[in-house]
Design a protein around this ligand. Structure first.
Ligand SMILES: NC(=O)c1ccc[n+]([C@@H]2O[C@H](COP(=O)([O-])OP(=O)(O)OC[C@H]3O[C@@H](n4cnc5c(N)ncnc54)[C@H](OP(=O)(O)O)[C@@H]3O)[C@@H](O)[C@H]2O)c1
Length: 306
């Protein structure tokens, strides 16, 4: 991804957003480009909303390339670029590789992948498959999935970074049960990124892990913002409280994202969706006002009562 491409994309995104969103209430918010956060220790920044692609990629076999293509277009049109994925099913992943290399997408995506197999050779093999399936010579971010075979793969990731095969390296967790192991790891190593679960309904990372990652100068990518959809099930058909308009909140999805985004440790939040209009709605959560600490407390109290 280059600066000139980013500038071109922002310009095009602003133009198309004005066209499409002028039909919607609150359209003036779309005049803003998506805010970005700096990757600690670098001059590079990332847009603050990204896509977790597991669901739309797993649906490729049944639904074809259409939904993942349109979701990625909605991400880019909304000013986003980060897509988190990793190879699991070669048939689906080969299609994903075609889609992320479409002319209107390929220069605008920051592609994050993972290793989830055990053993050095298996990890290297999975990375080689990633490059081949995604038609890339290098990957923006390579992560160790859920700390799998951590010490083995960490050596591999450091070597791949030294060799220029990956730009950034990191690890993921999606459960509090791995926080102790994660804390020990970031106490002795310096990953560029940690991906961790955090939401208004799953706040365990708030007290220790997020401050620790910020102190250590590590980029933070959030996963499971909607608890894989359980958040929406828990809310049912409750109406959005009127006071959420104070921070330009239009939906329950934005309520959740606007709770996460003000946290100073957070670099980017991955939202998973197979629905392009949900992707656009999630991207718009980055725009307009954000709750201050008093409003965040009110949001917590509200959700605790649900
Ligand atoms: N250990 C790991 O490395 C790990 C583990 C878990 C997750 N992750 C990463 O984190 C990403 C996200 O986490 P997650 O998988 O738990 O998913 P999530 O983002 O917490 O929730 C996804 C669910 O929310 C729904 N949704 C999304 N936007 C919506 C909106 N605006 N309105 C209504 N519903 C909406 C989606 O349904 P629709 O399709 O209908 O929109 C989907 O069912 C994953 O894709 C993956 O990249 C990593």
């Amino acid at each position: 991804m280059t600066t000139s491409n980013l500038t071109r994309r922002k310009f095009l995104a602003a133009g198309s957003a004005l066209g499409a969103l002028s039909q919607l209430p609150g359209w003036t918010l779309a005049k803003e480009a998506m805010p970005r956060r700096r990757i600690p220790g670098t001059d590079e920044s990332l847009p603050i909303i990204g896509l977790g692609s597991s669901k739309p990629v797993s649906q490729i076999a049944d639904r074809g390339p259409g939904p993942i293509t349109e979701v990625l277009r909605a991400l880019v049109e909304g000013g986003g670029s980060v897509v988190d994925t990793w190879p699991r099913n070669p048939t689906n992943d080969a299609v994903l590789g075609e889609v992320i290399n479409l002319p209107d997408l390929r220069d605008d995506l920051f592609v994050a992948s993972k290793i989830d197999r055990t053993g050095r050779e298996a990890g290297l093999e999975q990375f080689a498959e990633t490059l081949q399936l995604y038609q890339r010579e290098r990957i923006d971010l390579l992560q160790i999935f859920s700390l799998t075979d951590l010490d083995t793969h960490w050596k591999t990731l450091r070597q791949l970074k030294d060799d220029g095969k990956v730009r950034y390296i990191g690890v993921t967790v999606a459960s509090e049960s791995l926080y102790a192991e994660l804390a020990a790891f970031v106490g002795r190593e310096q990953p560029d990124f940690v991906q961790i679960n955090y939401s208004i309904t799953e706040r365990a990372a708030e007290s220790r892990m997020l401050p620790m990652l910020a102190d250590r100068g590590i980029g933070v990518i959030i996963n499971r913002p909607f608890m894989n959809g359980d958040y929406f099930a828990r809310l049912g058909d409750r109406p959005l409280p009127g006071w959420t308009a104070e921070f330009d909140c239009e939906s329950w999805a934005q309520f959740l994202l606007k709770y996460i985004l003000p946290h100073p440790a957070v670099t980017c939040v991955l939202t998973e969706t197979s629905n392009p209009s949900h992707m656009a709605e999630n991207a718009r959560a980055a725009l307009g006002g954000m709750p201050d600490e008093a409003a965040r407390e009110r949001m917590r109290e509200f959700i605790n009562g649900v």
